[in-house]
Ligand binder design. Sequence first.
Ligand SMILES: *Cc1c(COP(=O)(O)O)cnc(C)c1O
Length: 453
Amino acid sequence: MPHAYIDLLSASLKRLEAWRQSYGPEQIHPSLVVPDERLHAVIAELVERLEGNYPFHHPAYAGQMLKPPHPAAWLAYSLAMTINPNNHALDGGPPTSALEKEVINDLAAAFGFPAAAMGHLTGGGTMANLEALWVARQSHPGKAIAYSQQAHYTHSRMCEVLGVEGIGIATDAGGRMHISALEAVADRIGTVVVTLGSTGLGSVDPLAEILPFCRSRGIRVHLDAAYGGFFYLLRDELPHSADWAALPGVDSLVVDPHKHGLQPYGCGAVLFTDPAVGRFYLHDSPYTYFSSAELHLGEISLECSRAGAAAAAFWTTLQLFPLVSHGGLGEVLRACRLAAVGLHKALQLSPLFEPLVAPTLDIVVYYPVAPGLEAVSAKSQAIFHAGMQGPPEQQLHLSLYKVQNELFRAQYPAIELPAKPTTVLRSVLLKPEHLPFVPELVRRLEHLYAVTT
Ligand SMILES: *Cc1c(COP(=O)(O)O)cnc(C)c1O
């Protein structure tokens, strides 16, 4: 942890303290005072318990979509949190509401959305997608919502919540939605959820084909880019660049700053190209919206209370890492992408591992070479568990992933594929520090292969 950030946090807290004191000396009620000794003891216990975490900060953690926020984000979050503004209504925090509107404008501009686009931050991708699906239902009542079988499970679940029929559309060997399977149900659907960067494989649906298809039939297009969205900055360098280039044409978009935007959890975002969808949100709250006739973010949000600190953290981060391909957040994403390409190449060369599909973003799915798919599952699980054992400086943290066996057809053409899905290994390389670590990652993988049975 860079000490400069801790020093700056402490100096900035002192400045805020002066602002607080300007209202007169603070009186702390005796009911809120804690004895020093007790505080130290409890915090010591907390630290010990926190050390039970996996090392999300380290490149040897190459498992799930997890990493600490950038220290600038926690610095900003911590400062704002001491005030605890609520971005539901302007009354709850004018400055952080203004910061939120600025970051939404930055997001809209970066994604090529019209200047009038409407949106706000959310607690995360789940809430953001729920909101987009709710708007989809309101604008296309009685119609189903379609999503690929690689889409996040939240879509089928939220269709249940909303009482809308959800239809899973088959995907090809690369995890991309089959346009022909979509065509077959086109009459029933009002909205298609397109995923650019699926959570499992990082796969990218064929948006460039889906978009004109839907436009010609009056079908709405929602883009779930909770994970992959910021990769739009690198659209010219990625596979399926035509699908990325089509992104600005969608009706709504979800992106999670708490995944690839360097933020702590509690920061998703939803954007709508047409601000007229705001009419669905109309409500009359007896409690809020008094301080100004300007837009209160709660007027266009399903969630009520939301941390103004999340807006402060994301705004600060975007000042330091603008949404550009060179010199800003793009550099971070490029290193992650190169790490994935590097790992994929190394696994192709290794006699002990095979990549399952070529990575489209920074997620690599691969498996240990074994005689048959049951053996692949068993060996993957053995490597996964063995990686977390031993001294910290030798560990390797991976994640497991269940895949449909059809994806193995090319590798095992001759054998009868078992019905049960196969468990393979998955590494989300969402830290730029993974890039220089790839050779060591492969060395540890091969070592784990050798010591497991
Ligand atoms: C993570 C993710 C979600 C869910 O978002 P949360 O922030 O975890 O609530 C939805 N869709 C995709 C594609 C995701 O990667």
